[in-house]
Design a protein around this ligand. Structure first.
Ligand code: FAD
Length: 468
């Protein structure tokens, strides 16, 4: 069979990993084909992930903040919420970005082939579009960037429209009365916050004994304290064992110490994790190994077990984050073009864009303990930050962990407003090998929240003189 399209680099999937790899390879002079099953490029992140969720979270934060203003002597009327307009704001935000991507692809002569792609052998992908038209793409190199999708649970009636995954929740069809969020991870908590601020009564059920499992408990504790006041229930160490869709609502059966046996909800959001799409692309026909969960193993040059086929982003493993996919995409493209690139970061920052935000970079305290690394800790409470108090917030904490021997920053965690922006400084410090004196001696502007990292370093050093 003769190929319809020939290229040097074929990228399967147009999310942040895929478009980055495609654009970088094109910039380095390769002919590139980018395959995407959906009409709009940009993947989960732009269409149904990072960007729409942040647009809605911005509105949610403003709602929360204006409501809290009455504590400071300014009371606003209850807001009128126009869901169509709010959805419109979210859609416009997405369109600006995806439209920009189309233009960037065109500029670089990256050919977008629309349809579902599957490998047929180590040098061909067959793409089938919604009308059944087939395009056979022949490539020298391929980058698998097929991403991930929400995990479904067998005992949940996912086909009932009142049962949502994150994509459905972002559609913002209605604001339900009673909403149950299954999964207290980042995505579940972010969407819970959106619906809470719009007026839904939120209950959360999480299997682990803490929200955002994997994050430092010192960071999640202040968030949990606030969410407990805001939401109806947060069931930890508990699970849903059955959901029955009835006319009057979704009847949920729980298992756990503090849960009711059953309860009825108007809507459920299932946010129990994401599964990689590795098993859905016939990778084995190209000789690429995929593990039983659907992940594709790669080396630090993003190479799979097949030399000319690379893989990046959610499909290669945790953490499933857009900025990881982007950096991996760049490495894959550069390696294909013969550059000596490798994916060897000192850490990958994580952020929960909740209110307050929780963010961390590098090692967590638990990881250091488990690895037996000796460390010094500086933990600065925001109750002692002038800026934090002037924002009417004092729940925050900035925690910095340094190597006992070299004094270098190994990890940092922040909870509080803007923690996601603040953690970037810590990530840079870790990459640069900065030590506690470097950070403590760096003059941070006053009064800012950024000072808290400097103070945490000074606390670890024992040189702090004045907390405010
Ligand atoms: P994806 O973005 O998943 O893109 C893969 C693309 O490949 C998709 O467009 C898919 O249609 C296409 N595709 C797959 N298989 C085929 C095929 N066989 N043929 C053709 N096309 C195919 N990350 C952050 O860093 N920050 C955040 O704030 C954040 N918020 C999120 C919020 C939500 C609600 C969700 C769901 C995710 C969020 N993420 C966030 C995670 C982030 O979206 C992902 O880590 C990121 O999109 C992964 O990029 P990727 O390139 O690996 O793949």
């Amino acid at each position: 069979e003769k190929a319809d399209v020939e290229c040097e680099v074929c990228v399967l999937g147009s999310g942040p990993g895929g478009y980055t790899a495609a654009f970088r390879a094109a910039d380095l002079g390769k002919t590139v084909v980018l395959i995407e099953r959906y009409p709009v490029i940009g993947g989960v992140c732009l269409n149904v992930g990072c960007i729409p969720s942040k647009a809605l979270l911005h509105v949610s934060e403003v709602l929360n903040e204006t409501r809290s203003m009455s504590d400071h002597g300014v009371t606003f009327a209850e807001p009128k919420i126009d869901l169509d307009k709010l959805r419109g704001f979210k859609e416009k935000t997405i369109k600006k970005l995806t439209g920009g991507l189309e233009a960037l692809a065109k500029q670089r002569k990256v050919q977008i082939v629309r349809g579902y792609g599957r490998f047929v052998d180590p040098h061909h992908v067959k793409v089938v579009d919604d009308e059944g038209n087939e395009t056979l793409v022949r490539f020298e190199h391929s980058v698998i960037a097929a991403g991930s999708q929400p995990v479904k649970l067998p005992f949940i009636p996912h086909d009932d429209p009142r049962v949502m995954d994150s994509t459905d929740a972002l559609e913002l069809e209605e604001v339900p009365g009673k909403m149950l969020v299954i999964g207290g991870g980042i995505i579940g908590l972010e969407m819970a916050q959106v619906y809470d601020s719009l007026g839904a009564e939120i209950s959360i059920v999480e299997l682990a004994d803490t929200i955002i499992p994997g994050a430092d408990k010192d960071l999640t504790r202040p968030l949990l304290k606030i969410l407990k006041k805001r939401y109806k229930d947060i069931f930890l160490g508990a699970k849903v064992t059955n959901v029955e869709a009835k006319k009057d609502g979704l009847h949920v059966t729980f298992e756990g110490k503090k849960t009711p046996e059953t309860a009825v909800f108007d809507r459920i959001l299932v946010a129990v994790g994401r599964a990689p799409n590795g098993k859905k692309i016939d990778a084995e026909k190209a000789g690429v190994s995929v593990d039983e969960r659907g992940f594709i193993a790669v080396d630090e040059r993003q190479r799979t077990n097949v030399e000319h086929i690379h893989a990046i982003g959610d499909v290669v493993g945790q953490p499933m984050l857009a900025h990881k996919a982007v950096h991996e995409g760049k490495v894959a493209a550069e390696v294909i073009c013969g550059l000596p690139s490798a994916f060897t970061p000192m850490g990958i920052p994580s952020v929960a864009y909740t209110d307050p935000e929780v963010a961390w970079a590098g090692k967590t305290e638990e990881e250091l303990k488990a690895e037996g690394v000796e460390y010094e800790k500086g933990a600065f409470p925001w109750a002692a930050s002038g800026r934090s108090l002037s924002l009417g917030r004092d729940e925050g904490l900035t925690k910095a962990l340094f190597c006992k021997e070299t004094h270098r920053l190994l990890g940092a965690g922040i909870v509080g407003p803007n923690a996601g922006e603040l953690v970037a400084e810590a990530m840079l410090a870790i990459e640069m090998g900065a030590d506690m004196a470097d950070i403590g001696l760096t003059i941070h502007p006053h009064p800012t929240l950024s000072e808290t990292l400097g103070f945490a370093a000074e606390m670890a050093e024992g040189t702090i003189t004045d907390l405010l």
